[in-house]
Design a binder for this molecule. Structure first.
Ligand SMILES: Nc1nc2c(c(=O)[nH]1)N[C@H]1C(S)=C(S)[C@@H](COP(=O)(O)OP(=O)(O)OC[C@H]3O[C@@H](n4cnc5c(=O)[nH]c(N)nc54)[C@H](O)[C@@H]3O)O[C@H]1N2
Ligand SMILES: Nc1nc2c(c(=O)[nH]1)N[C@H]1C(S)=C(S)[C@@H](COP(=O)(O)OP(=O)(O)OC[C@H]3O[C@@H](n4cnc5c(=O)[nH]c(N)nc54)[C@H](O)[C@@H]3O)O[C@H]1N2
Ligand code: SF4
Ligand SMILES: [Mo]
Length: 746
């Protein structure tokens, strides 16, 4: 019989709804799920290839331990007891600062990190490293000041906008907004709407735009300053909006006094001034929104750019309005809040670096391991990420992993990081488990999907990541003795369980902080899934805005809401709207007066220092590395490092270095010719692809290469070419501006 099951894609943050045809426990066909309210049947070629994620020859089937340099099968009992003992010993000898956690919160599931961070907290450590802090730190830090809370990140309401600005975003390939290609086609087909792309090269998205500003690489700060100046000169700012919703503009405005917008645009950005004025007018005077992405995040001036983008939105009245920049309705936020001004906020030992959203920057991890302070990092649990390919400076990472006293990988495949770890623990894949993410950027509707398993586990020994971490927490002694009544209560339903749990916590207030782990343990057993129990916990502890929004959807206003909602979620594998948030979008702001707080004094000096003359001087590339390497285009043939079997790109050729024709002539290299790319970190050999998609002076290598599949390495790992120190003041790697040179191989 033909079975089609509903699930979602796990390959990028959009989590498009998918339907999968299953035969003999295998995904044999995939199509977009039209009943998913968010993606509405949309799906890209990566989603269509998701079977390669689930079924691949490097799936992990049982726990392993490295013995004499080789991974050997061990039992779960041995794995959990040894890891727990070792963690306790390291903590006892060196203190909690020696212990770290990396990853989690991935693009397909976020339940495991919920338990992981509680385990880390129970051990007394706060050293959490994740991918979030290699793209978003600068922007989320700014967001924390503007809206009052990091992790509450705003997004662009592109589908309701008339002018969409893609700033350093190649949406045609990377998607990043629901139904991106449909959106781009709609914008293009509608004379009343505009797509504007600000990108040094003619990207696939730029090619489909109404206006392309081919900005000189790295000069976005100059363009932003100029745009704000142009708005003020023309009186295009929205004074009524500023009066009603913005705090601090009088303080900020002088930063733009006397700025020579024309000179900046023409001389620094090398753009046509009149076109920039027209783009600025469209941003200020139409229903506009700006989607910025890695071209901004992983580039120079990332902090002030994120800041000036928010200033621009604020003075144009484009915050918290339809088609503008909105604060999404969510069940749980993107991350926690960590204010570096609070002396209680942890910093790293070596670099004294603070976290953003509770996350420390992966670019600093190797140095935090490889130093001789008694409190250096010594133990790491890494889950659902692949630092040995994803994070900058693979060599430094390899050395750091060597120097760890304990390394544990929770994975589904034998990836490069698992290979380097002492213990490797096999997880259920996202197609074999219940899981969810929170990356839905809409308001007031809060869309939510709990993905359900579509296939049986590949091995009896695979477990939910959350369950593995809970087991470690239990073995380490972090869970109190729990009464049988708590294990039994869930059998009578969620409402009954929550009643008994409440009673238990009232009697034992000392365990209040442990409630999520207690639920994971007790309700998790009843439900047969720690992830499901974690979801119940999330529903129970949701914000008052969420609960009011759920009542507006017809859910009971009392204690029984959780059970009703939980059942509804399970009955809707395609996802559903759980809550309709009440009140306007400004009500989401966490500032006291519910206004946008755009006064960020720490960034005044950097903005002042970004003068035309300084920028002209700072943009000069070093003589020995005259070209800009864009280390890691997110292209059609990769999805970070997740799809590993090269089969899926069989007809798509090999990894190349994109080079503009002008540069190719200068280098005397022809299409397909092998060249050497040299950076301060390393050298790789790669064939040239002469391409109209490259900007002059820039060369490009895709992200996600150099993966080992069935023991063989495919393509170039671009993170070999990056040093950990190629980073900015927040630790964000400068992947969009790595100095390099290219040499013809004689
Ligand atoms: N196919 C595919 N899709 C993906 C992924 C993938 O690996 N493959 N990964 C997903 C993830 S995790 C992410 S974060 C996103 C990333 O999505 P994107 O941010 O869209 O990815 P990039 O390829 O880095 O595109 C950045 C663009 O910025 C431009 N740029 C470079 N320098 C500058 C500059 O100085 N100024 C300006 N204004 N622009 C500049 C580049 O030319 C490039 O076109 O993609 C997601 N989607
Ligand atoms: N040079 C360079 N480096 C980059 C970038 C770049 O542009 N240039 N882009 C960066 C960006 S934007 C990002 S977001 C990061 C992404 O980097 P990572 O966060 O490392 O993401 P992935 O490479 O997708 O790795 C996810 C891992 O999770 C595993 N996994 C899948 N399903 C499960 C599961 O159910 N349980 C567990 N435990 N594991 C699972 C996958 O097998 C895979 O190994 O890469 C970054 N690295
Ligand atoms: S856009 Fe992202 S979530 Fe949607 S199918 Fe493609 S990879 Fe999957
Ligand atoms: Mo990313």
């Amino acid at each position: 019989m033909e079975t089609w099951k509903k699930a979602s894609c796990v390959l990028c943050g959009l989590n498009c709804g998918l339907e999968m045809k299953i035969e003999d426990n295998r995904i044999v066909k995939v199509r977009g799920d039209k009943s998913n309210l968010r993606s509405q049947g949309y799906c890209c070629r990566k989603g269509l290839n998701i079977a390669h994620y689930q079924h691949n020859a490097d799936r992990l089937l049982y726990p392993m331990k490295k013995i004499n340099g080789k991974h050997e099968r061990i039992s779960w009992d041995q794995a959990i007891s040894e890891i727990s003992d070792r963690l306790l010993a390291i903590k006892q000898e060196h203190g909690p600062k020696a212990i770290s956690y990396m990853g989690g919160g991935g693009l397909g599931g976020q339940m495991e990190v919920g338990v992981g961070l509680r385990l880390l907290g129970a051990m007394g450590s706060r050293y959490f490293y994740s991918s979030l802090a290699q793209e978003f730190s600068n922007s989320y830090w700014v967001e924390g000041r503007v809206c009052g809370r990091q992790g509450m990140v705003s997004g662009s309401d592109v589908h309701n906008a008339d002018t969409v600005v893609a700033w350093g975003w190649n949406g045609w390939l990377s998607h990043q907004e629901p139904r991106t290609r449909e959106l781009i086609k709609e914008l293009r087909g509608d004379p009343e709407r505009k797509l504007i792309v600000i990108d040094p090269r003619r990207s696939e998205t730029a090619e489909r735009s109404d206006i392309h500003l081919p900005i000189r690489p790295g000069t976005d700060a100059m363009l932003l300053k100029a745009m704000i100046r142009i708005i003020l000169d023309n009186g295009w700012q929205d004074n009524a909006f500023i009066e009603a919703h913005v705090n601090g503009w009088e303080d900020v405005q002088p930063l733009f006094d006397g700025f020579d917008a024309r000179r900046a645009v023409e001389e620094v950005c090398r753009l046509d001034y009149d076109t920039v004025v027209e783009v600025t007018r469209l941003i200020a005077q139409t229903k506009s929104c700006i989607h910025q992405d890695l071209g901004i995040y992983m580039n120079r001036n990332s902090s002030i750019n994120a800041y000036m983008l928010h200033i621009l939105r604020a003075i144009c009245g484009r915050f918290c309005v339809e088609g503008g920049q909105i604060y999404p309705a969510f069940l749980y936020p993107m991350g926690s809040h960590s204010d570096e001004r609070d002396p209680k906020t942890w910093r790293t030992v070596k670099h004294d670096m603070f976290p953003v959203c509770g996350v420390f920057p992966p670019s600093m991890f190797p140095e935090e391991v490889l130093h001789d302070h008694p409190q250096r990092l010594r133990a790491l649990i890494v889950s659902a990420c692949n630092p040995l390919r994803s994070y900058p400076d693979t060599k430094a990472y390899e050395e750091a992993f060597e120097a760890l006293e304990l390394s544990v990988s929770l994975e589904v495949v034998y990836n490069e990081t698992a290979r380097a770890c002492e213990y490797v623990l096999p997880c259920l894949s996202y197609m074999e488990s219940y899981d969810c993410t929170c990356m839905t950027f809409s308001y007031p509707d809060c869309f939510f999907q709990l993905r359900q398993p579509v296939v049986e586990p590949i091995s009896d020994e695979c477990k939910e990541g959350a369950a593995i971490l809970l087991e470690i927490a239990k073995t380490m002694g972090y869970l109190p003795e729990l009464p049988e009544s708590l294990y039994e209560a869930g059998k009578k339903g969620i409402t009954a369980y929550l009643g008994v749990l409440n009673g238990f916590v009232k009697e034992n207030p000392q365990y209040a902080r442990m409630v999520p782990l207690i639920m994971a343990e007790t309700l998790g057993r009843t439900l047969g899934s720690v992830n499901q129990a974690m979801l119940v916990g999330l529903l129970a502890s949701s914000s008052k805005e969420f609960k009011a929004g759920a009542v507006a959807m017809g859910y009971p206003a009392d204690f029984t809401m959780i059970e009703t909602m939980f059942k509804d979620i399970l009955a809707h594998p395609q996802g559903m709207i759980l809550a309709k948030f009440q009140g306007d979008n400004f009500s989401m702001l966490k500032t006291e007066d519910k206004k946008l707080a755009i006064k960020i004094e720490e960034l005044y000096e950097p903005i002042r220092a970004a003068t035309i003359d300084n920028e002209l001087a700072n943009l000069k590339m070093p003589d020995d590395f005259p070209l800009i390497l864009h280390s890691g285009l997110h292209v059609e043939t990769n999805i970070n490092t997740t799809l590993r079997n090269p089969e899926w790109n069989k007809t798509r050729g090999r990894t190349t270095l994109l080079v503009h024709e002008t540069d190719a002539i200068g280098l005397e290299v022809g299409d397909g010719e092998l060249v050497r790319v040299i950076t301060a970190a390393s050298t790789v050999e790669i064939p040239v692809e002469i391409s109209p998609r490259a900007a002059i002076g820039c060369v490009y290598i895709p992200h996600g290469g150099g993966l080992i599949y069935q023991g063989k390495k495919y393509g170039v790992n671009v993170n070999e070419l990056v040093k950990t120190t190629d980073r900015d003041e927040m630790g964000t790697p400068m992947h969009r501006r790595i100095p390099c040179r290219v040499e013809k191989i004689a």
